[in-house]
Design a protein around this ligand. Sequence first.
Ligand SMILES: Nc1ncnc2c1ncn2[C@@H]1O[C@H](COP(=O)(O)OP(=O)(O)O)[C@@H](O)[C@H]1O
Ligand SMILES: [Mg+2]
Length: 305
Amino acid sequence: MDVIEAHNLHKSFGPVVAVDGVSIAVEKGGIFGFLGPNGAGKTTTIRMLTGVLTPDEGTALIGGIDIHKNPLGAKMKMGIIPENGTVYSDLTAEQNILWTAKFYGLDKSLREQRAFEILARLGLTGRRHDLVRTFSKGMRQRISIACAIVHSPPVLVLDEPTTGLDVYSRRLVIDTIRHMNEEGSTILLTTHNIEEANALCSSICIINKGKIVATGSPEKLKKTFDTSRYVEISFEQPVKRDVFTSQGIIRVENHGDKWRIFMDDPDLAVKYLAALAEQDHLKIVSIATSNPSLEEAFVQLTAGA
Ligand SMILES: Nc1ncnc2c1ncn2[C@@H]1O[C@H](COP(=O)(O)OP(=O)(O)O)[C@@H](O)[C@H]1O
Ligand SMILES: [Mg+2]
């Protein structure tokens, strides 16, 4: 069953077409990533899905409930972490969570139990009585997530949850997303970070200029772009591009102290490079064959963005 469905969403701001016919279907239990460069239309799509913006055209359903016909019903099923988290600076960490839990109708003992668990999970127990105004960006984002998950929502929607966070906060945020998913929440998140999408998501769609350009599992999308394989090599001595002369070479790229040699057959490329090093008395510092990367798929699909 699809717990998040969007059909043909459109939104323009004056002459700017921000979202141009986006449809998505997120299966129950998955972690669905919305991956795209800045300005692709991710936030605008999320705002329509969460009832913040009314689409010019199209519909969005959360757990089968139309967000625009029954916003409260749909929102009770969701935890939402917007691009710029909304937390109350003049309340403490714990008060933010308890207050939100009350809004969702949890009774007092459950509110206290959830606040206790979530503060611990997000590494905030020691700061629970401090005002949020004294918190770093990473800590504020953790509070924003704490509030969004307090009612154990079946659907969790996060807009760039890790952008700009310190390493520690980022790890806690990702662990929490995984934990919520294991507990049964279906996750929809946006990111412009390919590695994050690759590591976290069971399914992704790539959005560019308001349109979805590809959908599938990260592995499937990688395979679609399996064609160009390369071997990356670095030598102790500096070398010039024209030392690479084998016939099978498709192209040569220089990346810092490394060279990427694109050939159809990585096996031949490695053997050729070993022979070249031997012949020219070059000492190899490192050599590695590439796996098809999601980044490559992404770059090709969003070229000219
Ligand atoms: N409220 C707004 N008013 C005018 N233009 C907007 C507004 N929100 C977004 N846009 C424009 O819509 C496009 C998509 O933006 P957005 O959905 O924020 O992209 P993303 O989240 O993928 O970076 C951009 O060109 C952006 O400038
Ligand atoms: Mg955005």
